[in-house]
Write a protein that binds this ligand. Structure first.
Ligand code: ZN
Length: 174
């Protein structure tokens, strides 16, 4: 479940506390800022990854039995291969966005085209027509629903507001 607002998170977490109090205690002990999208203090860009050490451990399953020099050489080759593959994919992209962000923006643009936008001032707009009305601030990169605030990828409301600003492109919104 994705909770972008602290109020949404609190509602969901209270349900967890009622159904599994020991789980809620455990999760609080870990520190909600480390695993909750709504409470994370930085920018996540829509990414909630698992532990990188576990991922590396998994791909180096066989190499872990090698002597340390061979293990490090295997690690160097693996990381070089990943960087090369990512560089090639990035160079083949038609925009500055990753393929995942590009796909997300396409879906959101379809919805954005159905929304009604009314400007408040040079940067802020009322956006209506989705689940609820909201206010978007394109300069602050914020929306009432907080998806834009946290992911830093424009939500359908921000895209709708940007479409009404003739000097803005999608790339200026990130
Ligand atoms: Zn929004």
């Amino acid at each position: 479940m994705r909770a972008y607002r602290v109020s949404e998170f609190t509602t969901i977490f209270n349900d967890i506390r009622i159904q599994k109090p020991e789980l809620a205690t455990y999760l609080e002990k870990i520190d909600v800022r480390l695993w909750s999208r709504a409470n994370f203090p930085g920018n996540r860009y829509g990414i909630m990854t698992s532990n990188i050490a576990e991922s590396m451990n998994n791909v180096l399953l066989n190499a872990r039995e090698y002597p340390i020099a061979c293990l490090l050489d295997e690690l160097r080759k693996l990381i070089s291969k990943w960087f090369m593959r990512r560089r090639e994919r990035a160079m083949s992209q038609p925009t500055l966005f990753t393929p995942k962000v590009e796909k997300t923006l396409k879906k959101r643009t379809v919805i954005a085209n159905t929304l009604y936008v009314q400007h408040i001032d040079a940067h802020r707009s009322h956006v209506n027509g989705g689940e609820l009305a909201c206010v978007v601030d394109l300069q602050q990169m914020r929306c009432t629903f907080c998806v834009y605030n946290i992911d830093k990828i424009p939500c359908e409301h921000a895209l709708a507001a940007a479409m009404k600003h003739p000097n803005l492109s999608e790339e200026t919104l990130i």
